[in-house]
Design a binder for this molecule. Structure first.
Ligand SMILES: *Cc1c(COP(=O)(O)O)cnc(C)c1O
Length: 358
């Protein structure tokens, strides 16, 4: 039998979450963001299930090429653009839309022969990662429009703090983007998931939902269910041992946790070698037979231990859910001092994936 440590990916939930994005961004087209292997869910399967998306956004040329080779017909946007002239030949060949965020890219476009491309011009409204300052946009746009390699130009920007409802910087970024309203471009795009769900002022021609498609809240104080989102990934394993230990016995590496009384300890066949975060403290929950049960001691590479005092009937072979249906990944991420995005991306290749439609 293959190992029971597997992820179930519910493509029906994914499709539902796209309709939630549509509901919130009803006047926008949707560029579904599926970089980093579809946030760890399997990029091709995600793209095929999201055939209703108007475009896809990825980070790398390799991701975009894999989508085209799988027969994905929608527009594909390269969110980081390109670095070398060689990349342009692939962009032409696979009909990709690069994001232009730096004058060096325009210099490459001006020197290279080839067909005219649709591009996105990235405006830095305050994130200060990629993009052209608002004051430079008019000149950059005319340079682009004067380049035979450029067909249509769309404007986009990215919100830095939209996950915090209280942070006015989002409104300041939107205001800076609005100073470009008079420029003649064919479309504009502002909102990521947090913008779509939390900032109606960020509505524009295109929205770019990422994490919400996977059922996870982009905000630091809510879980997906509160936004009518359904978790797509459920990470599961099973108990491979149930042992009784005596009061005072240490559990696991370093003996960081000791049994307060004689008690049953379960061992689940999942650890940081599967992508479960090593840094969660004792007390972080897993679900066994629908009940929350706390992890005790350090997470190992292939196993973790749980306190079964509240679940005395638990037996070898019982299913253990680490996150997903019934246990939001947001909660585990918080315990690990990170965000759901990171946990979803980090599930490792030895975890088998099962795609379902329920
Ligand atoms: C990743 C990304 C998104 C999606 O962000 P979420 O927070 O996952 O919704 C949108 N736009 C750009 C440019 C991105 O890099």
């Amino acid at each position: 039998m293959t190992r029971a440590t597997r992820a179930t990916l519910n493509l029906r939930a994914l499709q539902h979450n796209l309709t939630v994005a549509r509901r919130h961004a009803s006047d926008s087209r949707l560029m579904a963001i599926i970089k980093a292997n579809g946030y760890g869910h399997g990029m091709i399967e995600v793209a095929q299930a999201l055939d209703d998306a108007d475009a896809f956004g990825v980070a790398t040329l390799d991701e975009a090429i894999a989508l085209r080779e799988a027969g994905i017909p929608q527009s594909i946007v390269l969110l980081e653009g390109f670095v070398r002239e060689d990349d342009l030949r692939l962009i032409d060949g696979f009909q990709l839309q690069p994001v232009i965020h730096h004058p060096d890219q325009i210099a490459i476009l001006e020197q290279a022969s080839g067909p005219a491309l649709d591009v996105w011009l990235k405006v830095d409204t305050g994130m200060h990662r990629l993009g052209v300052a608002p004051a430079e946009v008019a000149a950059t746009l005319s340079r682009l429009l004067g380049c035979p390699r450029v067909a249509r130009v769309r404007l986009m920007t990215h919100l830095a703090n939209a996950d915090d409802h209280e942070d006015d910087f989002t409104l300041e970024q939107i205001r800076r983007f609005e100073t470009l309203d008079d420029l003649s471009v064919t479309a504009r795009s502002i909102a990521n998931s947090a913008g779509i769900l939390g900032w109606p002022q960020a509505a524009s021609d295109w929205a770019r939902p990422g994490i919400m498609l996977y059922g996870v809240s982009p905000f630091n104080n809510s879980v997906g269910e509160q936004h009518d989102l359904r978790p797509v990934m459920t990470l599961r394993s099973q108990l491979i041992a149930v042992n009784r230990h005596q009061a005072g016995e240490p559990i696991g590496y370093g003996g960081s946790w000791r049994c307060p009384e004689d008690m049953p300890i379960g061992v689940a066949a999942i650890g940081y070698g599967d992508g479960y975060p090593r840094h969660v403290p004792s007390g972080t929950p897993v679900l066994i037979n629908g009940k929350r049960v706390p992890i005790v001691g350090r997470v190992s590479m292939d196993m973790l231990c749980v306190d079964l005092r509240n679940c005395p009937k638990a037996a070898i072979g019982d299913e253990v859910i680490l996150w997903g249906e019934g246990l939001p990944v947001e909660e585990i991420a918080e315990a690990a001092g990170t965000i759901g995005y990171e946990l979803l991306c980090k599930v490792t290749a030895r975890v088998g994936f099962d795609y379902i439609h329920e």
